[in-house]
Ligand binder design. Structure first.
Ligand code: FAD
Length: 476
């Protein structure tokens, strides 16, 4: 269950061991937290002061992902910069912690634009994960290996016989279906508690939301981290031509990512200006939120969300054949998948060992070079042509957005939203494509509305006027 990094990772691992797999997700690939993260391939240096195990796992998996998933990793390197109030004692402790888990650290030069008082800077081997293409590659690899990936299909029930899980009940636009199974892995991220409750064993999950701000430019070539105890607003990650700044940690009630809270975004920006004094002038595209599932281990009492470990746990439920995996990081998804798959393969009596440490991921799909083609780009900001859209049959406008990246650039879909909706209407009819355009607009607006200040607010008004007065879009 779950087509995020963990669920697809588990299915990929089991498939390589010869197990027949089906991945099910209520949304498209990366519908959950895997599509709403910072994008950092952790070196582990962020965790050495608080969680040496997680730090060591991140460093080992960082090296492993560079080996097996090279086309999906950008080797940016990372820097840790210490604010002046951080004592030398803590910096030494941090360096020792890095050494203990083999994170290469070197004193580095001061970064342009960084607060000039933050003059102790160290380099580490952080990187950047291109999450969506990586998950698309896993899904493609699973299908090419004989597995299936069912998107927009929700698990709503399970049936057992003699204490073993035997069936799952799935709902999709086509109706309800039952699927015979020998084992089920609940990799439902923040929904994992709800899913486990379907077989009567709810999990002690605490959910925590984190908000991130997306800037329209790549502000720095490397990842920049605050060297201190982990806290709010301490990582700036470059992605292609943009940057993501985050994040926060607030307990939240529901697994669906809520709209970013305006006050939380403002606090995050204030914190950012301690690090980069001119951050308030950087052009913002939007803010977004992701939700972490945290496993509150029995006996951990009322620890705050920041104090709950970012490690992961694998749970074997009293109902035989039902497994859950909770927590962890994107960076450690392969390791999490390996540990779950070991348990499932053992349960199913498959003896083939894990292959994923050395088996490369399927290659990246070539992006189309439309320069020599007669057809124009539908999305000029992200250079998406009709040919790219045509690769994805059956997706809604929102699915096409995450699969091709249309609408993600500076105009946030002002122009290309209409063009792609017109193209989509030829496939699904005008009524449905109009509805999909409304959904697309409300998703884009929710991220822009929480970052409205200064020139961003002026630009947002301009975009609305273009849409409503220039392009004749209905105002509701
Ligand atoms: C704000 C934030 C920033 C982060 N930044 C980083 C980072 O920079 N680097 C890093 O390494 N990690 C980061 N993480 C952690 C990382 O994003 C997560 O560990 C990872 O994405 C979890 O993936 P997952 O597959 O376990 O869960 P998810 O991606 O949430 O996948 C669960 C899937 O299950 C599906 N599902 C749920 N219920 C059902 C159902 N009933 N039927 C069918 N499908 C269902 C959902 O639709 C969803 O797609 C961050 C997390 C947060 C919250």
């Amino acid at each position: 269950m779950g087509a995020g990094a963990t669920g697809l990772g588990v299915a990929w691992d089991l498939m390589l061991r010869g197990v027949a797999v089906i991945v099910v997700d209520q949304g498209d690939l990366a519908h959950g937290t895997s599509g709403r993260f910072h994008g950092l391939l952790h070196s582990g240096a962020r965790y050495v002061l608080t969680d040496a195990v997680a730090a060591g796992q991140c460093q080992a998996e960082n090296l492993c992902l560079r080996r097996i998933a090279g086309p999906y990793i950008e080797d940016t390197g990372g820097l840790f910069a210490a604010p002046p109030e951080v004592p030398d004692r803590l910096i030494d402790q941090w360096k020792q912690g890095c050494r203990a888990v083999n994170i290469p650290v070197a004193e580095s030069v001061v970064v342009k634009g960084l607060n000039s008082r933050w003059n102790r800077v160290f380099s580490v081997n952080d990187g950047v994960i291109n999450g969506y293409p990586l998950l698309q590659a896993l899904a493609r690899g699973i299908e090419e290996g004989g597995g299936r990936v069912l998107t927009h299909t929700r698990l709503v029930g399970a049936a057992e016989a003699n204490g073993k899980i035997r069936k799952v009940i799935l709902e999709s636009a086509e109706g309800t279906q039952e699927l015979a199974v020998d084992a089920v892995v609940n990799a439902a991220g923040p929904w994992a508690g709800e899913v486990a409750a379907l077989w009567g064993d709810p999990l002690p999950l605490t959910l925590s939301r984190g908000v991130m701000v997306l800037f329209s430019h790549r502000q720095q070539p490397q990842v920049i981290n605050r060297l201190d105890m982990p806290g709010d607003g301490d990582i700036l990650v470059p992605h292609d031509h943009i940057s993501i700044w985050g994040t926060t940690d607030r307990e939240t009630a529901l697994p669906e990512a809520p709209p970013p809270d305006y006050q939380e975004v403002i606090e995050l920006m204030e914190r950012g200006q301690e690090m980069f004094p001119d951050m308030g002038q950087w052009r913002v595209l939007r803010a977004f939120t992701g939700v972490r599932p945290l496993y509150r281990a029995p006996g951990s009492g009322s620890a705050s969300t920041r104090d709950i470990s970012r490690d992961f746990v694998v749970v074997e439920h009293p109902l035989s054949g039902a497994f859950s995996v909770i927590g962890g990081k994107w960076t450690t998804f392969r390791l999490m998948a390996q540990q779950v798959a070991d348990r499932v393969a053992g349960y199913l009596h498959y003896s083939t060992p894990c292959q994923t440490q050395s088996h490369p991921l399927p290659p990246r799909l070539e992006s189309f070079d439309s320069s020599g083609l007669a057809e124009p780009f539908l999305c000029e900001c992200e250079r998406v042509s009709t040919r790219q859209l045509q690769q994805y049959s059956g997706g809604s406008l929102s699915d096409l957005r995450t699969r091709t990246w249309f609408g993600m650039g500076p105009c946030q879909g002002t122009f290309c939203g209409h063009r792609v909706a017109a193209w989509q209407s030829l496939r699904v009819g005008v009524e449905q494509s109009d509805q999909e355009l409304l959904n697309f607009r409300s998703e884009r607006e929710r991220g822009m509305l929480s970052a409205l200040w200064g020139d961003n607010a002026v630009e947002w008004l301009l975009q609305r006027n273009i849409r409503f007065q220039g392009l004749g879009e209905p105002t509701k």
